[in-house]
Design a protein around this ligand. Structure first.
Ligand SMILES: Nc1ncnc2c1ncn2[C@@H]1O[C@H](COP(=O)(O)OP(=O)(O)OP(=O)(O)O)[C@@H](O)[C@H]1O
Length: 241
């Protein structure tokens, strides 16, 4: 089954001489459980593609299905619901709520989706345990290292058991050691069968994916299935235990 299906997807900005084709006729199928990396030069449309697939932006052309359901034609309420429940976002600059504790950050999406405080607490405890940060639960985000903050952001993205995690430059603000922390976590997610699409500038990060798509000027120029993994990032946090 394809978690995501994209046909002739387009996003244009401006008109005539100022027309920008951020995404310009993209076709893509992302099967369940696949970890897909999208690479390409700055401005080629990677983030726009991710935003379109996550319902953060509306396309100007083409169709998108999430688990078989059209999202490009969905109404605002349906789209908001979908963003809350079916998609988990991870951003380069973490986007944690600094006034809330680590645990509260992870509880928030469960509460926003209508879950009880008890269910939210239980889910946050479970996820923080899985990402190896159970002992940081009561801290404020700024007390954590960059790698830890991004692991909290990944836990938050997983809060409502999303169909797909969309990660935009998840290691873009991290040094090598912190990048490794996040990559080990992604290896765990991959082993659990979590579908994940990530945009990255880092070839080392892309090499941990199952498949690599290269973009240029809004179109795909290469689609490569990566056969072997180094094994370097094979599971640190024993997720699912
Ligand atoms: N709101 C907007 N108005 C006009 N142009 C836009 C808008 N958003 C994006 N663009 C343009 O669309 C193109 C694709 O942008 P996008 O951010 O998707 O690229 P990217 O590959 O993610 O770049 P980067 O790697 O630098 O983040 C760029 O030329 C950008 O300037």
């Amino acid at each position: 089954m394809n978690v995501l299906q994209v046909r002739d997807l387009a996003k244009r900005h401006g008109q005539k001489h100022s027309l920008v084709r951020a995404v310009d006729g993209v076709d893509l199928d992302v099967p369940a459980g696949q970890m897909l990396a999208v690479m390409g030069p700055s401005g080629c449309g990677k983030s726009t593609l991710l935003h379109l697939m996550g319902g953060l932006e509306r396309p100007t052309g083409g169709r998108i299905w999430l688990a078989g359901e059209r999202i490009d034609t969905a109404g605002e309420r349906a789209l908001a619901r979908l963003r809350r429940r079916s998609v988990g976002f991870v951003f380069q600059s973490f986007h944690l709520v600094e006034e809330l504790t680590v645990a509260e950050n992870v509880e928030l999406p469960v509460l926003l989706a209508g879950g009880s405080p008890r269910a939210a607490k239980r889910r946050a405890r479970h996820l923080l345990d899985q990402v190896g940060l159970a002992d940081r639960a009561r801290r404020l985000p700024w007390k954590l290292s960059g790698g830890e903050r991004q692991r909290v952001a990944v836990a938050r993205a997983l809060a409502n058991e999303p169909l797909v995690v969309l990660a935009d430059e998840p290691t873009g603000n991290l040094d090598t050691a912190a990048t490794d922390e996040v990559l080990r976590l992604f290896a765990d997610l991959r082993a659990m069968g979590q579908t994940l699409v990530m945009v990255t500038h880092d070839a080392r990060v892309a090499a941990t994916a199952d498949r690599l798509v290269s973009m240029r000027d809004g179109v795909f120029v290469e689609d490569t299935w990566l056969a072997g993994h180094t094994g370097q990032f094979d599971g640190l946090f024993a997720m699912g235990d």
